[in-house]
Design a protein around this ligand. Structure first.
Ligand code: HAM
Length: 480
């Protein structure tokens, strides 16, 4: 077939032959960690539509931003409405907040999303036309604590995933009044170097000179290095907010740098802004960013409501994890792979398979009927922990040999209690609980023997714990 995916988008596969970051088990692991973290911090999931009225982003994100002026996927539907595939999540969340009057439900809404976003950008490594964000928004609180909670949650997520050496860069861009004064000073400064500025920056000078601060052009960077700093133009209230935030970050031991050149590419921000940089990402090195946006809700027709949030790119998280060679979780493996031998074994094996799955055992069965050697190497390839062949003999004796594919060890197990035995094998020392949960008596000598062996092993393996516990208790007594 000669139809390929359009440029800048990609598939997430069980195993991508070329690009490891597109393997779905890594995405599942990152998304599970995200959900656990967000929920621990008290954030609830919100899902908004993939497309919105174009007006939302024009008003919310700002017409002069690159996102709105150059990068939106905008189209007319059959009702002649102008719609846009969402380029980011904050405007949509703010729209939903106002539309559903979420402030009536609770004065503070803490919301998160994991969603695809669409930007018509120049496709390159780390920059896609459909990318995926984890975003979080806290709407209804103006305190620096709320900003600190956001940065803490994002940083904790990265740490949990094993990421290191991230640069957290924070800045304050003040409120409208501070920015008005700063804009004048900055424009005056930049005008002196107008001829040396890049074409993009020359264009921006009139409309949005602050955006020149995060230009990537080497000549611009040299000029900007000596530009006046926004931090010197902050009002006493904005200064205090920023100082409190930094104090909180110090208290939480989050390593950060103040970078007065961070302005962010969306218009809704005020006061706190931040960006987190991962050096493994090359030129597209921003792994996440966010800030406060106290006027967006009002701009979209709601009441005067402070808010703050961030978003982080999931592609970039996974690419950084791989770049830092962090140990990765293994993909889901079947605990047991059943191989029926002969026609008579097919239905009983299928029943065993069904029963194992009902009891929570990840199991698979061969439906191909190929030669045993071929099936065994397939079972090995998909990482099965145990393999069992079921033929006439096994059905008659009601016993089956479980072959451990890693050690080669064989365990003889009663077919009717396979699920219990496999759970004990896999979940280890929790076996007494498992046995109680399954609420079935020991009625097979083989199983009784297996359990007894496990009990002895488990007592042996916990001996060191007992001594560790005693030492810990002694220490606690000393402290008390
Ligand atoms: P943003 O900085 O535009 O912020 O995007 C957030 C993150 O999404 C970036 O740090 C980056 O990791 C990822 N990202 C952005 N564009 C692409 C792309 N083309 N390809 C791959 N990854 C990309 C926002 O979108 C704001 N809504 C964040 C926010 C939430 N501020 C307050 N609340």
């Amino acid at each position: 077939m000669d139809i390929k995916a359009p440029p800048g988008v990609f598939d997430i596969l069980p195993k991508d032959p070329k690009e490891e970051w597109r393997n779905s088990h890594l995405w599942n692991w990152v998304e599970t960690t995200i959900r656990e973290t967000a929920e621990q911090y008290g954030y609830q999931e919100i899902r908004t539509p993939i497309f919105e009225r174009t007006e939302l982003f024009k008003r919310g994100v700002g017409e002069s931003t690159d996102i709105v002026s150059k990068e939106m996927y905008t189209f007319q539907d059959k009702g002649e409405r102008s719609l846009t595939l969402r380029p980011e999540g904050t405007a949509s969340v703010a729209r939903a907040y106002v539309e559903h009057r979420l402030d009536h439900d609770s004065p503070l809404q803490k919301l998160y999303y994991i969603s695809p976003m669409f930007r018509y950008e120049r496709a390159q490594a780390g920059r896609y036309r459909q990318h995926h964000q984890f975003g979080a928004e806290a709407i209804g609180n103006a305190s620096p604590e709320q900003d600190a909670e956001m940065i803490d949650m994002l940083y904790t997520l990265y740490t949990r995933l094993g990421l290191k050496n991230l640069k957290v860069m924070v800045n304050s861009i003040g409120d409208v009044e501070c920015r008005k004064n700063y804009r004048e000073a900055l424009t005056l400064f930049l005008q002196k170097y107008f001829d040396k500025l890049s074409e993009d920056s020359q264009r921006r000078l009139e409309k949005n000179p602050l955006r020149i601060l995060d230009s990537k052009d080497p000549e611009d960077i040299k000029i900007i290095a000596n530009a006046p700093s926004i931090l010197e133009f902050l009002s006493p209230e904005c200064k205090e907010h920023f100082a409190k935030l930094l104090k909180l970050l110090n208290a939480l031991e989050i390593p950060y740098e103040i970078n007065d050149k961070i302005v962010r590419g969306l218009d809704y921000y005020n006061r706190t802004v931040y960006e987190i940089i991962a050096s493994e990402l090359g030129s597209q090195n921003s792994i996440g960013g966010g800030g406060r946006y106290d006027h967006l809700i009002e701009t979209l027709g709601g009441s005067d409501t402070p808010a703050t949030g961030f978003a982080t790119g999931i592609e970039r998280i996974i690419q950084s994890i791989l770049g830092q060679k962090i140990p990765l979780p293994t993909p889901h493996r079947p605990t047991l792979f059943l191989i029926p031998m002969g026609e008579a074994a097919k239905i009983p094996s299928f029943q065993i398979l069904h029963n194992l799955r009902k009891n929570g055992i990840k199991s698979q069965m061969d439906f191909s009927g190929r030669k045993l050697g071929k099936i065994m190497s397939y079972a090995n390839q998909i990482g099965a922990k145990f393999v069992a062949v079921i033929g006439d003999n096994e059905l008659e004796t009601k016993q089956v040999e479980l072959k451990n594919m890693e050690t080669g060890e064989k365990i003889l197990a009663p077919i009717f209690h396979l699920a219990r035995i496999l759970r004990v094998e896999v979940e280890g020392e929790d076996f007494i609980r498992i046995w109680k949960e399954m609420n079935a008596p020991f009625d097979q000598p083989l199983e009784a023997e297996f359990f007894l062996k496990k009990i002895i092993q488990s007592i042996d393996s916990t001996k060191h714990l007992t001594t560790e516990l005693q030492t810990a208790m002694q220490k606690m007594q000393e402290i008390l």
